[in-house]
Ligand binder design. Structure first.
Ligand code: AAL
Length: 432
């Protein structure tokens, strides 16, 4: 009996001990679980998305960019600028402009760039004051000129590539904003062809084309509209700007921009049109506009897709975007001080690559280079690291530092100062 009682006691004791042990392991487990879930976000930013609850912003930081840190993001870069040598601007009196450069290409042992060139008796005077010789805008009464260089810094201007054709051919009023395509050993310049002074209604034009066997010309004008404006009521009914061809998926992928929605609500977005032949027919993508922001077009093959610099204007300005299919773009990075109207050197622009390597430099422009009454633009070189083959930590710094003087240049207008004065007055009056 004694034995029975003892063994009963010992069984009960073991059970109690076992149960206590179990419950304490359980609570230890629970504690350690609580500890990991409530522990703060790690001090060292994880390279991979951590398996823990994340804020929407942190989800985005891992899902939307090529890397969680800008310096590891191949589509993030700073932009550095260098004044070009070799171009004369008539003491910057506004009578000579060079703007909207093409992509840079390397042929015959040198770099080539084409651009809008204006040489007029006066600076632009607006549509109302324009005439056969007085330009309405900086890109009115222009020709397409080109220059060559061995280092990309010092350029030798070679003169006209595409002059204005005689009236009434497309572009008789002005030819501007060109870009180059190399296709099956021939060269094609796409450009805006104006049939009236820019600014009469808006900045209205279609795109036309000249072709040549050599980048030095001679260029044969098609005198035809190659990329037509959209039908009445469509977003691109008035303007096809900034034609920008690439060879992608065995075809010519030509991106462009249009101004729409009417003045003063003007909006600028970008579209895509595709052809098998440089002379067309081009078929506009049914999803156009494919980029909802930006101003001039700047794209390059990147990995298996297409990357785009989305510069001024729109909700997504100051971004670099990427489309795996060349059509559906996502924001890949947010950047500062972007090159305006950038024409990059894109070695694989026409190789039909499925392994785009990116860009490291190009030519862009600064508009209103001095003052509005001497309005003209100048070409400039930009450098960056948007390349899979370069790793330049200086280009990957996280922000651009501006001196106070730069900020003060963007001061309040008189109208804004007046508004603030009257708001202060109202507050003071209410207090009395
Ligand atoms: C540029 C470009 C097109 C416009 C005008 C000249 O920045 O977008 O070329 O027509 O401005």
């Amino acid at each position: 009996m004694k034995y029975k009682i003892n063994s009963l006691l010992s069984i009960t004791l073991s059970a109690v001990i076992f149960l206590t042990a179990c419950s304490s392991t359980k609570s230890q487990d629970a504690n350690s679980q609580t500890n990991t879930t409530t522990k703060g976000f790690p001090f060292i930013l994880p390279k991979e998305k951590p398996n823990r609850p994340l804020s929407r912003a942190m989800e985005r930081n891992y899902d939307n960019y090529l890397a969680p840190r800008p310096e590891d993001n191949e589509l993030y870069s700073q932009f550095k600028y260098t004044e070009l040598k070799g171009f004369d601007y008539n003491d910057h009196d506004g009578t000579i402009t060079r703007r909207d450069p093409s992509k840079v290409i390397f042929e015959n042992g040198k770099y080539y760039v084409w651009y809008t060139y204006r040489n007029t008796p006066t600076p632009p005077k607006g549509a109302a004051n324009s005439s056969e010789t007085i330009p309405s805008s900086d890109w009115d009464l222009c020709e397409i000129w080109y220059a060559t260089s061995e280092d990309g810094f010092t350029w030798k201007e070679q003169g006209v590539a595409v002059p204005r054709p005689p009236k009434p051919n497309v572009g008789w009023r002005s030819v501007s904003t060109t870009d180059i395509l190399k296709w099956k050993g021939k060269y094609y310049l796409y450009y805006q062809g104006f049939m009236e002074a820019s600014g009469k209604r808006g900045d209205d034009c279609p795109v036309t084309l000249s072709y040549a066997d050599s980048p030095d010309g001679p260029w044969t004008a098609t005198n035809k509209i190659i990329i037509p404006n959209g039908a009445k009521g469509e977003w691109d009914q008035y303007s096809i700007h900034d034609p920008y061809p690439l060879v992608y998926k065995d075809k010519i992928y030509l991106y462009y921009k249009s101004d729409f929605d009417g003045d003063p609500r003007l909006i600028r977005m970008q579209g895509l049109t595709v052809a098998d032949n440089p002379l067309g027919p081009f078929e506009k993508n049914p999803l156009n506009p494919v980029i909802t922001s930006g101003h001039e077009t700047t794209m390059f093959p990147f990995k298996t897709g297409i990357a785009a610099l989305v510069i001024k204007d729109g909700n997504e300005h100051n971004t670099i975007q990427y489309a795996e299919d060349g059509v559906n773009f996502d924001i890949a990075s947010l950047v500062d001080l972007m090159p305006i109207a950038a024409g990059p050197f894109v070695p694989d622009a026409y190789t039909n690559t499925k392994d785009g390597r990116g860009i490291t430099w190009g030519i862009s422009h600064f508009t209103n280079a001095t003052t509005w009454d001497k309005n003209h633009s100048i070409l400039v070189r930009f450098d960056c690291d948007l390349s899979l083959d370069l790793n330049d930590p200086e280009m990957k710094k996280h922000h651009v530092y501006h001196k106070a003087a730069e900020h003060y240049k963007h001061g309040l207008s008189n109208k804004q100062k007046e508004r603030i004065k009257s708001e202060n007055k109202k507050l003071l009056k209410a207090k009395k």
